[in-house]
Ligand binder design. Structure first.
Ligand SMILES: Nc1ncnc2c1ncn2[C@@H]1O[C@H](COP(=O)(O)OP(=O)(O)OP(=O)(O)O)[C@@H](O)[C@H]1O
Ligand SMILES: [Mg+2]
Length: 327
């Protein structure tokens, strides 16, 4: 039995949610800034990249734990998702609210206005305490877990190299890290050698400081990372509607998106990260990894929120994904 949580099996994967969020969507017909607007509809969904990844993995039948932090005052919605999906909750509880990101959907203009909160302001003592608690929880969880997913932005006050610190600790203990973040936290964490990274094309361009307007430029930038110091084994560059590049030192593949009915592109990248981890757990070759990860993303596009159809449907979709070699 799992001593950390008697109700969940030992997790194979841990995702780290340092800055989770509730996504609040408000629909307005004809938004007028500076005026009183009457809203038509409001919906609140549990969000945040690490929690999306855990949710998709759990739907695929992978036993998953989440650590990180949740604000005490609105933790119930997260706890409900964890219960429903049998995700082991190892989050630290902070005073106050988990941040709420608001999407104002204007049904007249078709435009969406995003208002994203930064996350809790942590003073140096609170930041050090959170990091120490997350490290302790990870130490216990990775006695069993094979993969740790570090995903999303950081709340203000956490050191920019916190993902580097977590990567070193996890990989020294023998588990592997998958990293999906951007900007300074991505740059800092790369130095610690995460096993797998999944930037989108904009995140990769920002990292290398070049526009990367062509497929060749993207492949070359990915290959430079694979041959740099302390390199990852897998670099996956997601290209939205153009699919994704799957690169190792030996191979380069381009997976094309499946033709699915699109409901929401939110969290497609997170579903792809979940699919990459599922494929690694099954020791799949790069071709099958590309198919399964793309099928996870395609399956997610058909639904609102971080949910997948049943695993056999995702596996059937994977069979239909076209992958072309790039050599
Ligand atoms: N418009 C689209 N049409 C078809 N497939 C898509 C589309 N958008 C995303 N996908 C699929 O989802 C994968 C990941 O999407 P994307 O590159 O947008 O990730 P991302 O920018 O990291 O997204 P996020 O971080 O918002 O989840 C793509 O490689 C592709 O397979
Ligand atoms: Mg992304």
């Amino acid at each position: 039995m799992n001593p950390l949580n008697p109700f969940a099996p030992f997790p194979q994967v841990v995702t780290v949610a340092l800055n989770p969020a509730l996504d609040q969507t408000i629909e307005v017909a004809g938004l007028r800034p500076g005026a009183v607007n009457r809203a038509l509809r409001m919906q609140i969904d549990v969000g945040g990249k690490a929690i999306n990844v855990a949710s998709c993995l759990s739907d695929f039948g992978v036993s998953t734990a989440v650590t990180g932090q949740l604000g005490r005052d609105n933790a119930a919605l997260f706890e409900e998702l964890f219960r429903r999906k049998k995700i082991a909750n190892h989050c630290c509880t902070l005073d106050g609210l988990t941040r709420i990101n608001t999407k104002l959907v204007d049904s007249e203009s078709g435009e969406t206005t995003d208002l994203n909160m930064p996350g809790p302001e942590l003073d140096p003592v609170a930041a050090a305490d959170l990091l120490e608690q997350v490290l302790q929880r990870l130490d216990l969880l990775i006695e069993q877990a094979r993969w740790v997913v570090l995903s999303g932005s950081l709340p203000p006050g956490l050191p920019i190299d916190v993902y580097a610190t977590l990567t070193r600790r996890v990989q020294t203990a023998g588990a592997a890290v998958a990293l999906d973040t951007s900007g300074a936290p991505l740059r800092a964490a790369l130095a610690a050698g995460p096993r797998l990274i999944k930037p989108n094309r904009h995140e990769l361009a920002e990292l290398v400081g070049e526009p990367l307007d062509t497929l060749d430029a993207l492949i070359n930038a990915g290959r430079a990372l694979l041959n740099g110091p302390n390199p990852p084994e897998w670099v996956v560059v997601s290209l939205g509607g153009d699919g994704a590049l799957f690169l190792t030192r030996e191979q380069a593949l381009h997976a094309h998106p499946a033709p699915v009915t699109m409901t929401s592109t939110v969290g497609a990248g997170d579903a792809m990260v979940a699919g990459l981890i599922a494929a690694r757990l099954e020791n799949r070759a790069l071709m099958e990894t590309a198919q399964l990860a793309t099928a996870f993303a395609a399956a997610k596009l058909t639904r609102l929120g971080p949910h997948l159809p049943p695993p056999d449907q995702v596996r059937a979709l994977a069979q239909q994904i076209t992958v072309t070699p790039l050599d």
